[in-house]
Design a protein around this ligand. Structure first.
Ligand SMILES: [Zn+2]
Length: 111
């Protein structure tokens, strides 16, 4: 995938760090991984909580709920411009929720 993220922005710095991990993996895979010390280090990598959290974070974002409600249906008296409020939850849930406003609305159950 090719992206054009400005490397000076927060997202750009994060992309650079992820790219550094990918680059390290690309170099490592061609090296001799058989010495016991290397195998121990690889086992540590497999069990590392931060590595697991990084891989899980992408999956969680992909599973984010896409449900939206129109703000005027809930906050018309207190604002001028309407906007779409998106549910902030991931995974299955019976009630949608926006973490910014605290608004909740029922999830429609489809058979
Ligand atoms: Zn939702």
């Amino acid at each position: 995938m090719i992206t054009n993220t400005d490397c000076r922005t927060e997202a750009g710095i994060t992309v650079g760090l992820v790219d550094a991990i990918i680059t390290a993996a690309r170099v490592l895979v061609a090296r001799d991984l058989s010495p016991s010390a290397v195998r121990e280090a690889l086992a540590d990598l497999r069990q590392d909580e931060d590595v697991a959290a990084l891989l899980a974070a992408e999956a969680a974002v992909s599973a984010a709920c896409k449900e939206e409600v129109w703000s005027w249906d809930h906050f018309r008296d207190s604002q001028v411009d309407g906007y779409w409020i998106r549910c902030s939850l991931t995974g299955p849930h019976l009630e949608h929720e926006d973490s910014h406003t605290g608004l909740t609305w029922p999830a429609l159950v489809t058979a």
